[in-house]
Design a protein around this ligand. Structure first.
Ligand code: ARG
Length: 493
């Protein structure tokens, strides 16, 4: 007790320093002169070289896991107590100490110490300083291998839940704009050449579908991830009578993992989450690209708000769509993160290997990047001004309703599609030679190529009428788009 009081006084000054000063507790005192790690240095007579410390330390990266690590340690301590492995007084000290450490980290009082390698050892060492020997009992029946896998799963689970909320917010922005523009004509493209007119509502709802599948992928990954590795110990399980169901339940998992070797060597959960992030990010990159094209002077379909545009330091007239470009560009790094970790994991023999410490940077970076991109995309969609006239004007270019006439010939006159295609091709050629739009050709012009054409066929050449012929399920007619809107609201919001 006396010792502990001294530790408490010292800690604020000493926890950042080398173990020499930390080693007041009896457990650590034998190690103080070696300079080796106070938590595993027992068999060493020398401390690591500074290069070794630099390559080995992950605390700058994994410090963000402090909350999950503390949550996990508290659940472990409660379970040890429940199983009669830890006495009540030690358990209480441990929980109190861990709560204090959480406060110190959140207040910025406790900061990373590289000598102590990672967040787990930083916290454990601090616990020694606060409560003395009882801290040494917390690591009974566990190892950093199952501890880190558990912490990391909890972190990813939270990140997945956050992505789900952010994806939903983006879907909601898209749905709102789609609702305002369920009947606004816009050119539909293939090969970035005007193909057939569609509605803006229809176009925006296609992204709602993509982001809906992304949410599905995150949820699938979450289901498979939600098994608790804690209690697998280093690799083989433990000889202590632990209750893995209890820790699994208290940490919000569905069940404990079933194989201790797999539990400490599995990083599928990180890879699956990363794959979902990468795919979602590639959807965002397509949206980013369309916003870039649409906001160009040449297209002029939309104007991004001032809040989501930047100026040029040399060309005063410029309004650059930087956020849209960055949404497109960041996809490269996120995909690289996925490929990188996949390669790190490839060929690793069982069970744990230190290579696996490389799993955190790609995950932390990818989720952070995804979050900013989802929020920026939502912001741009919410704020953009839509130029209906420019969109409508563009649907008139490129004879975009030629297919409608061919379909009409097939539907109404029972002409084989290939023959209809041929006749309409000739009509397009005639329009080009007269520098005219298809619907500006006279009925007799059309009849000179296909005598059975009537006034109804002539009307169908107008984009707003052509759009409403697309009544098939999932098609672009206003009626179908309104149905899709109703369904999207129910499915996603
Ligand atoms: N910092 C390590 C990681 O993130 C923790 C596990 C260390 N385990 C070990 N056997 N050295 O992977």
């Amino acid at each position: 007790m006396e010792d502990n009081k001294k530790h408490k006084k010292q800690t604020k000054r000493t926890y950042k320093k080398r173990p020499k000063k930390l080693a007041k507790s009896s457990t650590q005192s034998e190690l103080k002169d070696t300079g080796s790690n106070p938590l595993w240095g027992g068999r060493f007579s020398k401390g690591p070289s500074s290069i070794m410390e630099d390559i080995n330390s992950s605390v700058d990266v994994d410090w963000v896991l402090y909350e999950e690590d503390i949550e996990c340690s508290k659940a472990h301590a409660e379970m040890l107590y429940n199983q009669g492995i830890l006495n009540n007084s030690d358990k209480k000290k441990i929980i109190k100490g861990l709560n204090q450490i959480q406060r110190e980290i959140e207040d910025g009082e406790l900061t990373p110490n590289h000598t102590l390698e990672d967040i787990h050892m930083n916290i454990e060492n601090r616990l020694f300083l606060l409560i003395g020997d009882a801290a040494g009992r917390l690591h009974t029946a566990r190892s950093r291998n199952d501890q880190v896998a558990t912490d990391f799963k909890i972190w990813i689970r939270k990140a997945i839940d956050q992505s789900d909320r952010e994806l939903q917010a983006l879907q909601s922005a898209l749905i709102k704009r789609a609702e305002q523009h369920s009947d606004t004509p816009i050119p539909g493209f293939t090969h970035l050449q005007g193909a057939q007119p569609v509605t803006l509502g229809h176009h925006l709802l296609s992204y709602v579908e993509m982001f809906g599948r992304d949410r599905g992928r995150f949820n699938d990954a979450r289901k498979r991830l939600n098994e608790c590795p804690l209690g697998s110990a280093a690799l083989a399980g433990t000889s202590f009578p632990i209750d893995r169901k209890m820790t699994s339940e208290s940490l919000g998992f569905d069940r404990p993992t079933r194989n201790s070797l797999d539990s400490v060597s599995d990083r599928d959960f990180a890879l699956e989450a990363l794959a979902a992030v990468a795919l979602c990010s590639s959807h965002l990159s397509r949206l980013g690209e369309e916003l870039v094209i649409w906001s160009s002077n040449q297209f002029g379909f939309i104007r991004l708000s001032d809040s989501f545009s930047t100026g040029s330091s040399i060309m005063p007239q410029k309004r650059n769509p930087d956020a849209a470009e960055l949404i497109r560009g960041k996809n490269g790094r996120v995909t690289g993160n996925f490929v990188g970790l996949l390669n790190t994991m490839k060929g690793l023999s069982l069970a744990y290997a230190k290579d696996m410490q490389e799993d955190k940077e790609p995950i932390f970076d990818s989720f952070k990047t995804l979050s900013i991109c989802l929020r920026a995309a939502g912001g741009m969609i919410n704020d953009m001004t839509i130029n209906k006239e420019a969109m409508a004007e563009a649907t008139k270019e490129g004879h975009s309703t030629a297919t409608e006439l061919a379909d009409w010939l097939v539907r109404e006159l029972n002409i084989p599609f290939r023959n209809a295609h041929e006749s309409v091709g000739k009509i397009v050629k005639m329009a080009d030679s007269k520098d005219s739009r298809l619907w500006d050709l006279s009925l007799s012009d059309l009849q000179s190529i296909q005598p059975k054409i009537t006034k109804a066929a002539h009307d169908i050449l107008k984009p707003e009428i052509a759009i409403n012929t697309k009544t098939s399920y999932g098609g672009t007619s206003v009626k179908q788009v309104k149905l899709q809107l109703r369904q999207a609201k129910k499915r996603f919001l």
